[in-house]
Design a protein. Sequence first.
Length: 172
Amino acid sequence: MTTTELSITRAMSTPVRIALVGAHLPTPVQHALGEVVSTQAELSAAQQVMAGVSRAEWGKANERVTAATEAANQALNDFSGVSAASSTATRDSATVSFVAAMGAAAEHLRAALDALADADRAALLAHAVKPGRPVLRYETQAGLDSTVHRNLSMLRSDLRDTLSQLPGDIDG
C-alpha cells in the first residue's frame, strides 16, 4: 500500500502535512485526495517552468502558476470538506482495512508456523537416519537433542506468542 505524503505551503497559512494511505479511506475521500495530489503536481510543474522562463514568457508562465495555485487551493479545500464530512465513513473504512490487515498478518503467522513445523519434522527425520537401518519414525533422541530442533521449537513458540498477542480490534 502506498502512503500519500504531501507538505503543502500556502501564502500566509500554516503548512499542511498530509500522510494517508488511500486504500484506508472511503471512496469520496480517496477521490478528493487524488485531486489534491494531481493539482499539487500541476502547481509544482508550473512553478518549475516559471523558474526557467525568459522575461518575455514570464506573463504566460505566471498565469499558469496562478491558475494552478487556485486549483490546488480549491482541491485542498474540497478535500478538507469531504474528509471532515466523512469522519464516520473514514473510521469505518479504516476499521475494515485494519481487520483485513490483521487477518492477513495472522494468516501469514499461521503459515510460518506450519512451514517451521514442516522444517522441524524434516530436520528430525534427517537426524533419525542411520546407515543400513530402516527409518520407522522421525522423532529420535538424536533429533530431539539437535540444535536445529531446539532453535525451530523456540521460533515456533515465539510465533505462537506473537499470534496470541495480535490485537483483536482497532481499539484494543
